[in-house]
Design a binder for this molecule. Structure first.
Ligand SMILES: Nc1ncnc2c1ncn2[C@@H]1O[C@H](COP(=O)(O)OP(=O)(O)OP(=O)(O)O)[C@@H](O)[C@H]1O
Ligand SMILES: [Mg+2]
Length: 274
């Protein structure tokens, strides 16, 4: 399974590029396309509706963050509590009630949705239509942080279990198992992220290029640059000029999927895969 991320500043053309890229990938193998932007717009690009739909053989997902968060926290709670005393359950419950409603967790839950899809199996390609730059950077950081956090928690848990073992002997521990599962998942996902392909979209304007440079200084590698909405001559700053890239013209009409204007840029976007 290969992951493709499409990222960049707000409004530069990420969704257009991600949707088109998924279209070309779906000719080669089983493809899903997921939006992690909280303001989804894949439905508008494909002229389709709903949290999940199929188009041209692509499975498209636009997860509703508040309901996914509630669902996921309920599941974690169930798994976590499966072997824990009722008193502890009472102590921990308020944390889960709080977490399931906290909008600060929306980005996290989007990351969890991508992870679930990526690890579910059966896909050859997964394209992620990211939210604007800040969300994408947060995404990279969250992936790393989660894994380190789970490892630390398991280390502490094991220390505690060692002490407990001295008096009560060895027993199965639900919390250690829960943490072990999370670590396994996150390690597998991290490997997928590291082997992923990052497409950065920018406009040739000063502001957009400056934001791109700042973001790129925080990212290990960009595999492809798309300069979109080009109207005339432009020069790229040095580090960007070295990247593999395509330039897409500014069109008179919005390039929604399948339209004539889309046809004018689709073939070029397909070049990303060559
Ligand atoms: N080359 C182009 N010429 C003209 N309009 C374009 C071009 N590429 C994209 N657009 C239009 O620009 C708008 C923004 O594009 P798109 O939604 O793909 O950007 P985005 O980066 O995903 O935005 P957001 O940050 O809001 O998710 C859309 O209306 C889209 O149809
Ligand atoms: Mg978008």
């Amino acid at each position: 399974m290969r992951l493709f991320f499409v990222a960049g500043k707000g409004g530069v053309g990420k969704t257009t590029v991600a949707g088109t890229l998924a279209y070309f990938l779906s000719r080669k193998g089983k493809t899903a396309l997921i939006s992690t932007d909280l303001a989804h717009s894949l439905g508008d690009f494909f002229s389709m509706q709903g949290e999940e739909f199929q188009v041209e053989g692509i499975r498209v997902l636009q997860p509703h963050a508040p309901s996914k968060l509630r669902e996921r926290v309920k599941n974690w709670e169930k798994e976590f509590f499966s072997n824990i005393s009722p008193t502890l359950r009472e102590d921990f419950s308020p944390f889960f009630r709080f977490a399931e409603k906290d909008p600060a967790n929306y980005d996290l839950i989007m990351l969890e949705e991508v992870k679930r899809l990526a690890l579910e199996g059966g896909l050859e390609y997964l394209v992620v239509d990211s939210g604007p730059t800040g969300q994408f950077l947060k995404f990279l950081f969250l992936g790393k942080k989660l894994l380190e956090w789970y490892r630390l928690l398991r280390k502490w848990r094991r220390k505690y279990l060692k002490l407990k073992e001295m008096t009560r002997g060895k027993t199965r521990d639900a919390m250690e198992e829960f943490l072990g599962k999370r670590i396994q998942e996150n390690e597998a996902f991290r490997r997928l992220m590291q082997g992923g392909f990052l497409v950065w979209v920018t406009e040739p304007t000063a502001l957009s290029l400056r934001e791109t440079l700042r973001a790129l200084s925080q990212i290990r590698r960009v595999d492809f640059l798309v300069v979109n909405k080009v109207k005339g001559e432009f020069t790229l700053p040095e580090p960007l000029a070295k990247l593999r890239r395509i330039d897409l013209p500014m069109l008179d009409e919005e390039p929604v999927f399948g339209s004539r204007s889309w046809g004018k840029i689709a073939e070029k976007i397909g070049e990303i895969l060559r």
